[in-house]
Design a protein. Structure first.
Length: 112
């Protein structure tokens, strides 16, 4: 398993760094342009930080549950390793995001 996951992990790390560098560069340019036009700096402060952390938390919990169930499927249902792990990771990661969507929608309706 270690030999099969190493290239995927390396590519994921490389693309993540490239994405982060491009995202932060574009974000900085946008902010500088807005500041030059006279927009107040309080515009950049996000007020709903709990929403982002909840979303990532639920996604990571879903991925962890997917890995556990993928291992169970691999050992007891005799599924192929890749199919068991990837299907469960995407299934439960997606379920975590869907549940987060409904929780945010419920919270938004309470605020109104």
């Amino acid at each position: 398993m270690d030999e099969a996951i190493a290239p995927v992990l390396i590519l994921t790390i490389i693309f993540s760094f490239v994405f982060a560098i491009v995202y932060l560069g574009v974000r900085r340019k946008e902010r500088m342009a807005l500041l030059e036009k006279g927009v107040d700096a309080s515009f950049f402060i996000t007020k709903k930080n709990n929403s982002v952390t909840l979303k990532f938390g639920m996604l990571l919990v879903g991925v962890a549950v997917g890995i556990l169930l993928g291992n169970i499927l691999e050992t007891h249902a005799y599924m192929e390793e890749e199919v068991a792990y990837f299907s469960m990771i995407f299934l439960f990661g997606g379920l975590g995001l869907i549940i987060n969507y409904f929780l945010e929608k419920k919270e938004e309706s309470k605020e109104k």
